[in-house]
Design a binder for this molecule. Structure first.
Ligand SMILES: *Cc1c(COP(=O)(O)O)cnc(C)c1O
Length: 392
């Protein structure tokens, strides 16, 4: 059986006619920059996330970059984030001449450890750290309560890297469910094709409950022009393409059902793994939607995880990846190198070892979890993992 990590073809099939029609309409309209499709998507994403404003931008990376630009991050500033994420999270900090600071991750959720993050903020007392970027990795929100408390104390803006988590929800422990991207000053989404809401090319969005901040993002995505050809600020060309917006508006209508299917698939994997000796004997660690208070939190108050990735942890990770690929099962390592260990910043910035992030980079792998994956395929994936362990 051939099981890809992601099968965009099976998602496209039922939508193809509608998508081609929408793209054709943009072509025929000759409105190729901004226009009603971009405005329409912005309104729909703002509604979906329960925020006041949404600004379409060219990519998830640019959503992060323009948010930091709007805050005024530059040389001499430091930005606190996780060492375990896609490179863009750190790349945007360094590109602006600022310095990244890292707090290690929580080994269960793989998200930044809020206690460690808060301790670093407390120690700095708001002197050098001018923004924090929690990442909602794999589709599960970072534990935000403590983080928000610590950041608010020193008026440090929070930029959520929600690239993998549009629609994920965080139980704040006070009876509310908060949508990813709605908890900080800025929430940044990516519409890269492999995200839960993916376009037919690059795209992104910044959401905010601060109208003034959103207005600034709107100016900066268009070279800071206000009015046209007058530049009190310097921005860039960070605009969202209307073809992408048109396609994303169609896909947004299916996002909840895709999340539900991914969550069903995750549940089914969990059941399959529980039916093998691999969990009990500690050979495989499966992902967990966590709660702020792991010991006492009820199951119904766990993170609403949208499983952009289903990531397991095994000791012989590289051997298992090679084995699965030989059986035509797609799998991927997100991410093999921590941010603080990337070549481009080596020697330039001093970092403490990040025990849990470094462990995750060595031991985790992502299995296929896309909505159209069948239980037969999942049975096969778990069978193949079992047979790997029988042979090793
Ligand atoms: C995908 C991703 C980005 C970047 O998004 P692009 O649209 O590819 O620029 C940033 N951060 C995280 C965590 C991501 O997964």
């Amino acid at each position: 059986m051939n099981i890809p990590l992601l099968d965009l073809g099976s998602q496209l099939k039922p939508l193809r006619k509608e998508i081609i029609e929408a793209v054709t309409n943009v072509v025929d309209s000759t409105q190729y920059i901004m226009g009603h499709e971009v405005l329409g998507l912005e309104e729909e994403v703002a509604n979906y996330c329960g925020v006041k404003a949404a600004v379409g931008v060219s990519s998830g990376t640019d959503a992060l970059l323009v948010s930091l630009m709007a805050i005024g991050i530059g040389p001499g500033d430091r930005v606190l984030t996780t060492p375990y994420s896609f490179f863009a999270t750190m790349g945007v900090i360094v590109r602006l001449g600022a310095e990244p600071v890292f707090a290690d991750i929580d080994p269960v959720s793989y998200n930044i450890d809020p206690g460690k993050m808060a301790a670093i903020i407390e120690h700095d007392q708001g002197k050098t750290i001018k923004a924090v970027i929690p990442v909602h990795l794999y589709g599960q929100c970072a534990d935000m309560n403590l983080l928000i408390q610590a950041a608010e104390k020193f008026a440090i803006p929070i930029v959520e890297d929600a690239a993998q988590a549009i629609g994920a929800e965080y139980p704040d422990g006070r009876g509310s469910w908060l949508k990813s991207g709605s908890m900080g000053l800025a929430g940044c989404f990516s519409f890269f094709p492999s995200k839960n809401l993916g376009g037919i090319g690059d795209g992104g969005m910044v959401v905010s409950n601060d109208e003034q901040f959103a207005e600034k993002i709107r100016r900066l995505r268009n070279h800071g022009a206000n009015p046209k050809y007058y530049h009190a600020e310097i921005g860039g060309n960070f605009r969202l393409d209307p073809i992408q917006a048109a396609v994303l508006r169609i896909k947004l209508q299916h996002l909840e059902s895709w999340h539900a299917a991914r969550r069903e698939n995750a549940k089914y994997y969990n059941t399959c793994f529980a039916g093998t000796p691999l969990l009990a004997n500690g050979m495989v660690k499966i992902p967990r939607a966590v709660y702020e208070n792991e010991a006492t939190g009820s199951e119904s108050h766990r993170n609403y995880h949208i499983y952009n990735q289903y990531v397991i942890e095994v000791e012989q990770r590289d051997e298992l990846v090679a084995y699965l690929r030989k059986q035509n099962i797609g799998c991927e390592i997100y991410y093999p190198v921590c941010l603080h260990e990337q070549e481009c910043i080596k020697g330039k910035i001093d970092f403490h070892p990040m025990e849990h992030a470094e462990h995750a980079a060595l031991k985790t792998l992502a299995l296929p979890i896309y909505p159209e994956l069948t239980t037969t395929m999942q049975d096969y994936v778990v069978q193949q993992i079992s047979s790997f362990f029988n042979q090793h």
